[in-house]
Design a protein around this ligand. Structure first.
Ligand code: NAP
Length: 291
């Protein structure tokens, strides 16, 4: 069987254009949406990623403020910067970029991000809201998976979907979004036992483990749709996902590539969330304004 490659690039462009249109509409109302990205590392690939967000934001008419605190920033400094940005009415969206300096607790820091500005769904309260169906921003990567499945008309209601990975940023929020869409969801992790026990009968498998080559052709059925969230940098500098692409291609019905799959959609969703946040905040500032 030939495997269809589900590229995220066209969808990313559509979402980016939507964000740009929203930004233009906000500008017409006298508002320029602004995204703040807080960084505290000297990791080169993180800085490369942050620059790519900055470029995408600027080209969508969104201001991007990089707050680079350097690799020695303390938890106290980070907390006070996040509180300051949360109180700053000129900032609409906030992202705290990982990795953080050793010993700094990400889970404690993200609690300082104002929920209305939490465009990457990092605050634990955003996850709680998602769990009970209250308005909140889902982590952009989790939402990107749903957007890709929808874009390619892959049904979810009543389908058997396996998510590999249970982190608070990908696996858990994604499983909530899938439940919301009436999928039958199984979440696997490092202690759930042999993957094939779950994945062999899955209609959709989403892999978000950060383990290159974790899912191979022996794990999946020929009707499966495989979404690869993983990003792993190999010693030669190349980027691969969690799927052993060579062994899965020709077996499964469809597969997202890495790069060019989930990652590209994630960035454009961060921008869209920023414009949505700006619009929501403008409604709070001017009661009764904007429809
Ligand atoms: P994480 O916090 O390290 O979580 C990894 C999860 O995978 C954990 O739940 C872990 O299980 C599970 N796992 C690890 N090895 C496993 C195995 N052998 N079998 C089954 N499950 C296993 O990572 P994350 O932040 O969720 O990110 C996951 C991947 O997605 C990474 O490669 C990351 O770079 C990528 N990512 C991509 C994007 C994007 O936009 N494309 C965005 C965010 C993350 P335990 O809980 O039992 O430890």
């Amino acid at each position: 069987m030939s495997t269809v490659l589900l590229s995220g690039k066209a969808l990313a462009r559509i979402i980016q254009q939507k964000a740009h249109q929203e930004a233009r509409d906000l500008e017409a109302d006298g508002l320029r949406p602004t995204l703040a990205v807080v960084v505290a590392t000297d990791d080169g690939s993180t800085h490369w990623y942050v620059r790519s967000i900055e470029r995408a934001a600027e080209s969508a008419g969104i201001s991007c403020r990089i707050v680079d605190l350097g690799p020695d920033a303390t938890g106290q400094v980070l907390a006070s910067v996040l509180k300051g940005l949360s109180d700053d009415s000129s900032v609409n969206g906030i992202i705290l970029q990982t990795p953080l300096p050793l010993g700094v607790r990400t889970d404690e820091l993200v609690a300082h991000i104002d929920l209305e500005k939490d465009v990457d769904g990092a605050n634990p309260l955003s996850l709680g809201r998602l769990a009970v169906g209250q308005p909140s921003f889902a982590p952009a990567t989790a939402r990107a998976v749903i957007e890709i499945l929808d874009h390619f008309d892959i049904p979810l209601a009543g389908r058997n979907v396996v998510v590999i990975g249970r982190s608070a940023v990908v696996g858990k929020p994604l499983s909530l979004l899938l439940l919301e869409r009436d999928a039958a969801v199984t979440v696997c992790h490092s202690k759930s036992g042999p993957l094939e026990k779950y994945t062999k009968t899955a209609d959709v498998v989403v892999v978000a483990a950060g383990r290159a080559g974790l899912l191979n052709g022996g794990h999946v059925s020929s009707e499966a749709v495989v979404i690869d969230v993983g990003t792993n940098v190999l010693p030669d500098g190349s980027l691969v996902g969690d799927v052993d692409e060579g062994s899965v291609r020709g077996i499964v019905a469809a597969l997202t590539p890495v790069p060019g799959g989930v990652g590209s959609v994630t960035t454009s969703l961060l921008l869209l969330h920023t414009t949505e946040a700006a619009r929501n905040q403008s409604r709070v500032l001017v009661p009764g304004a904007a429809g």
